[in-house]
Design a protein around this ligand. Structure first.
Ligand code: HXC
Length: 255
């Protein structure tokens, strides 16, 4: 895994999956590194968006099959195999997946765990676990179904077929599709835009959207209203609205 804070994108931390010999297959070590790095970036007050990306060839070709093959049920249960990935979903900072090439199995699940998914025109998604005699284990059966509906989720999970980016875009899996050559630059631009807003308010906006997947419409709207009222307790609400009135750029202090 590589960690970077590019000067061209203030407030953005970039985590690059880097196991080129295995198409970024997600083994335990990589999971721990990525989750720890993302948690540290989340706690850094200077960071307002986190990008997770891979290589041109693969975002990640799934959980590491060779590492999983000898595992027994008691081991996977006691160790809560891949349970640590859940920690990413509870981070406050917006997470952005920048996906080129294969995003399969755990790779697709990691991308779906992020808040935005920017895809290169080379991206291929899929949940091929069924071909290995297993099922998705990092949220795929739930997040894919919520993202693209039962009909397509069943198709992908039961046949294991890959889905090219055009179909993924039509199905609503991805936020934007960009040319492969521009993937990182475009993603950094989007990430820097988000990081330039009030960090507490972007975190609240993210939490409100995510609540839509957890609750009823009435409860979700009540939650949104409470959080909406809460933003009036921030200095950034005063600043953002004052800047509009005074026809200048806001200077958010993330407070
Ligand atoms: C371990 C992997 C791997 C994986 C690729 N490699 N995917 N190693 N785990 N998931 C390794 C290959 O063994 C090979 O190493 C090297 O990466 C290059 O891969 P190739 O197969 O030679 O490349 P290519 O012919 O281009 O095919 C690319 C591919 C294919 C279509 C992506 O590698 C593939 O089908 N990979 C597996 C995809 C998959 O089934 N993912 C789901 C995993 S299960 P060597 O040393 O042999 O050259 C999963 C479960 C999640 O994710 C839930 C957990 C509970």
């Amino acid at each position: 895994m590589l960690l970077d804070r590019p000067e061209s994108a203030p407030g953005v931390g970039v985590i690059t999956l880097h196991r080129p010999e295995a198409l970024n297959a997600l083994n335990r070590e990589l999971m721990t590194e990525v989750v720890d790095a993302a948690t540290a970036l989340d706690r850094d007050p200077g960071i307002g968006a986190i990008v997770i990306t891979g290589s041109d060839r693969a975002f990640a070709a799934g959980a590491d099959i060779k590492q999983m093959q000898p595992q027994t049920y008691p081991q996977t249960y006691v160790d809560d195999l891949f349970g640590d990935w859940d920690r990413l979903a509870s981070l406050r900072t917006p997470l952005i997946a920048a996906v080129a090439g294969h995003a399969l199995g755990g790779g697709c699940e990691l991308a779906m765990l992020c808040d935005l998914l920017i895809a290169a025109d080379t991206a291929v998604f899929g949940q091929p676990e069924i071909k290995l005699g297993v099922i998705p284990g990092i949220g795929g059966s739930q997040r894919l179904t919520r993202a693209i509906g039962k009909a397509k989720a069943m198709d992908l999970i039961l046949t294991g077929r890959p889905m090219k980016v055009d179909e993924a875009d039509r199905a609503g899996l991805v936020s934007r599709v960009v040319p492969a050559a521009d993937l990182l630059e475009e993603t950094l631009r989007i990430a820097a835009t988000i990081a330039g807003y009030s960090h507490p308010v972007t975190a609240m906006a993210k939490e409100a959207v995510n609540r839509a997947f957890e609750t009823t419409l009435a409860e979700g709207i009540r939650f949104e209203r409470r959080v909406f009222h809460a933003v009036f307790a921030t200095a950034d609400q005063k600043e953002g609205m004052a800047a509009f009135t005074e026809k200048r750029r806001p200077d958010f202090t993330h407070s």
